[in-house]
Design a protein around this ligand. Sequence first.
Ligand code: HAM
Length: 466
Amino acid sequence: MKFQAIKGVRDILPPESALWNHVEQAAREVFRTYGYGEIRTPEFELARLFEHSVGDETDIVTKELYSWIDSPKVNRALRRVRAKAIAAAYRAIHNDPAVREELIKEMEAGAFDTLNEVNRISLRPEATASVVRAYIEHGMQARPGNVKLYYLGPMFRRERPQKGRYRQFYQIGAELLGPSDHPALDAEVIEMLLAFFARVNLQGANLYINSIGDRNCRPAYVERLRGELQKVRDKLGADSQRRIETNPLRVLDSKLPEEQPIIDTLPHIADHLCDACREHYTELKRQLALRKIEYEENWRLVRGLDYYMRTTFEITAPGLGSQNAVCGGGRYDGLVELLGGPAATKGIGFAIGTDRLMLSLQDAGTAEACGLQVFLAWFGAATYPAAVDLARKLREHHLSVELPAQEMKFGKSLSLADRLGARFAVIVGEDELAAGQFTVKRLADGDQRKLAEADLLDYLTKSRTA
Ligand code: HAM
């Protein structure tokens, strides 16, 4: 039997994985300069944690969670009952009342008694809920100042796979938790995010911001929206019709072309913010301007998770098709309290879709810088020890080096160097050894020079960072 990775998940192979490492390393370096430390949380948690924080009615919870019952006893009982139910279905055709009795007996015997919250587990669809759970569990509010945490890792959502949308995908995220909800914190979180995008050379990113109010002003706006949506119910698609009851804000997210003219006529939340939320939003914009951060306001940016309040933001990037959101985030001041922590703790954060960031970087050709740097071609058995020695020295200077185990013909050597994507070929031949110099060839343009060992190390090291 031949095996393949299942739908919606994939392998990340070299040389692409080198770009992943480069990007993840850049995130660690940039986030450190803003005082963030890494948190590693489990990849599965109680299903209830996500239901409670992301929201019972959200797509993530109702359609996309990977969950299972983590109890052999309950699973055995389920299998037993299922088998009996199938048998019952057959026998019911013959109208056998004894079968019904049997099922009732199984239930009464307590087959399901052990099925409780502790047994229902989900793969994490996102990490904010886990970070907040960990913050509360470890009493991190006792730490001085704001608690600043970042994470990298896989998330799981059972979505319909397409370009930039996977069932196992990766996020690079950061969360700031603490007593203050000052908009300067929101602006600094966004500044850090943009500093990271600049570090990895992401081009053409656009920042969109919005404020979705808080528990004082949003309920009245949501009611108003619901009222307006009810008036146009017949013109909406099935999803939006359902959301009129469950979550009218999500209608604003709709991408259905026929709903766009209707959505354009709906009331804007900015006109319904309470004084405190309006001031918060105005100050956020001032703080962004102070940092020379360009943004666009998007009144429809409500985000698909329930825990947000006030600031929401998203970043789009080119080369991604319809899944062009490379990052989403916002403020979630009530979440710590909702999960049983101190009410005074506020929070803000974001998560970058690493897969999408990679697609965008690859589309722009940024991937090349991470591949093989030096192909070390040696000719003549006597030169091999010198080649081994040189390869070790180059690697000690953090250069990636390919050293053929066996001697190759000159032409073959250079052709392999080219196909491996090496930036330089360094040639170690008997003439070179005798002259105490190496020939180095830049493969992109054929530039060639002869350098003594110390100069060669200097030249290659500088070109690595160029
Ligand atoms: P989110 O908007 O659900 O927010 O996800 C953040 C980013 O993850 C998206 O912008 C997208 O780039 C990426 N992403 C989401 N689903 C997929 C998928 N199926 N395949 C590939 N990439 C995907 C959150 O997860 C929040 N926890 C962000 C946050 C942190 N808010 C505050 N703190």
